[in-house]
Write a protein that binds this ligand. Sequence first.
Ligand code: 5GP
Ligand code: ZN
Length: 116
Amino acid sequence: MSDTCIFCKIARGEIPCRKVYEDDELLAFHDINPVAPVHFMMVPKFHLPSLMEAEEAHAALLGRMLLLAPKLAKELGLENGFRTVINTGKGGGQEVFHLHIHIIGGGNIPPMVKRS
Ligand code: 5GP
Ligand code: ZN
């Protein structure tokens, strides 16, 4: 756990969130600034800054996160599909340094990378 990390604070219940799912290891909650009609994220409850710091010991948890994503997405009405985004490090545009998977869908989802 980190004293200053905003997602640790959300995981500890110190900052409110619109919860989608919670178990012993994981928390999912709606993004405060959504980019699509449905935009939530899934985080481990313990502090792991990014995929860069993930190790073999985290393999099962990361697998659980990927398997849970479609279940939660369907519960929120994204039967047709959704986008998952994991920004990693400053080079990947990450702003909150606590590993999270964005799950985004509904409306018009543009191509991920614009080609000119
Ligand atoms: P990143 O750029 O690190 O992948 O994404 C960080 C995300 O966290 C952004 O989409 C931002 O809107 C979201 N976010 C930042 N602070 C909060 C907060 O306090 N509550 C919630 N629910 N989302 C937040
Ligand atoms: Zn954290």
